[in-house]
Design a binder for this molecule. Structure first.
Ligand code: ST9
Ligand code: ZN
Ligand code: ZN
Length: 383
């Protein structure tokens, strides 16, 4: 239960009374604005989106089949060097030169190209994922830390590769989600069930409360950020390029993969997998899991979602302490790649003023004094 010592120096600690005060203010605000889910909401289905998501998921199933049959373990198991029956390390390392090698070698290396394709699916999802988790979510959504211009530009590029609406729209919906969690004014109100909070909310017109109450959310910081303004203005050009064309180009150019396979697997299928990883935070992490920080709200702690969403599954904690840059209490990097990325950015000076709810020191000291904070300092202070 003990939090590990932090490797990032510039962490700004929010002391315990502050935590309580902020939380009380947060509760008051939520209670004031929340109203029970009404039954008058009739769905106005947006068929264009239904068709797009249906096609996207159907063709991605074949993409997953391609990944499984043509890559990863099958390649490792079935690929054998002609000489000694073992996969040849040298050949694998020589892959970037593949397009310029002789036909015989090209044949030898054919299956290994697909290993690289699968690895690149993970790495590209990770890169685009940082745009969502470290960028849209923890930086622009909650201002859990400050970022210098190069990092903001990098995260904007990554966020564009994720194709999840531009930063302004993403953050607007997310702030509204936090302020009116699981009510009619929440764009993906989990009280309407798993399907609605996962994908269904993107297939219907929003509830009128989302639009009216959403207007009460302050977005002036986003309007003042030139990086956010730039992305909003050029989003329709940036996003197809970064989400589909670049992924089709990289494997084709660097290691001679068929461009259509690159587009299909690294573009389309990776996009669908990433979308579902993100949506799980709204669905699974609002329905299944434990609630150690506030049992009266729907958001939960979910290990599965933490894996799928690069550290965004500790969602009960996050809804109670949304300003925490780790979006989690326990461990430095417990299934939380995003935090590791942010600590690295802090080390090189691109991220600063990182906000943390409880310092590892406080947890350790409290254990010495027998205060039991290591058992859950935040839970205790809120009871
Ligand atoms: C996508 C987003 O997938 C996913 C977000 C997930 C968030 C998860 C968060 C969890 C934490 C982080 C986890 C990260 C994990 C990462 C892991 C990575 C592996 N407030 O929207 P419109 C007003 S997107 C205030 O059209 P409709 C506003 O005036 C997928 N006002 O509503 C607006 O006009 P404008 C790709 C609001 O007509 C106007 O209403 N994208 C608000 O009801 C109209 O807005 C798509 O598929 C608000 N919140 O249509 C697009 N909202 O914008 C899908 C609206 O001009 N979306 N207004 O200012 C759509 O087609 C439509 O939005 C719609 C609703 C049909 C769903
Ligand atoms: Zn959030
Ligand atoms: Zn949530």
């Amino acid at each position: 239960f003990l939090a590990e010592p932090s490797s990032a120096e510039p962490v700004q600690i929010i002391s315990s009374p502050d935590v309580q005060n902020s939380y009380t203010a947060y509760q008051r605000q939520t209670k004031r604005t929340v109203r029970p889910t009404g039954s008058q909401y009739t769905w106005e289905i947006v068929w264009r989106n239904v068709i797009i998501f249906f096609i996207l998921h159907t063709i991605s199933i074949y993409g997953i089949y391609l990944m499984i049959t043509k890559a990863m373990w099958t390649s490792i198991v079935f690929y054998r060097d002609k000489n000694n029956g073992q996969p040849s390390k040298m050949e694998v390392l020589g892959l970037p030169l593949l397009r310029h090698t002789q036909p015989r070698k090209r044949h030898l290396l054919r299956i290994d190209r697909h290993i690289l394709l699968s690895i690149s699916v993970y790495l590209y999802a990770l890169m685009a994922g940082m745009g969502i988790t470290a960028g849209a979510h923890r930086l622009w959504g909650h201002r859990t830390y400050k970022a210098k211009l190069p990092l903001r530009i990098l995260l904007m590029i990554c966020q564009s590769a994720a194709l999840q609406n531009h930063i302004y729209e993403w953050v607007r919906d997310h702030r509204v989600h936090h302020k009116f969690t699981d009510t009619d004014a929440d764009p993906h109100n989990a009280k309407r069930g798993f399907f609605f909070s996962h994908i269904g909310w993107l297939m219907v017109k929003k509830h009128k409360d989302v639009l009216t109450k959403g207007k009460t959310v302050d977005l002036s910081d986003l309007e003042a950020d030139p990086v956010v303004r730039f992305q909003r203005k050029y989003y329709v050009w940036l996003t197809p390029f970064l989400c589909f064309l670049v992924p089709a180009f990289i494997p084709w150019y660097f290691w001679g993969e068929a461009w259509w396979l690159s587009f299909y697997v690294l573009g389309i299928t990776r996009y669908t997998l990433s979308l579902n990883g993100t949506w799980l935070v709204n669905s699974a992490a609002h329905i299944y899991g434990t609630k150690p920080y506030d049992k009266n709200i729907k958001p939960t702690e979910s290990t599965f979602v933490a894996v799928a969403a690069f550290g965004e599954g500790w969602h009960n904690f996050h809804h109670v302490f949304p300003w925490d840059y780790k979006a989690a209490e326990l461990g430095n990097y417990r299934l939380n790649f995003t935090t590791a990325f942010l600590d690295l950015m802090a080390i090189i000076g691109w991220a600063y003023d990182l906000k943390k709810t409880v310092s590892p020191d406080m947890v350790k000291k409290s254990e010495h004094l027998g205060l039991g904070m290591a058992q859950g300092p935040i839970t205790k202070s809120l009871e």
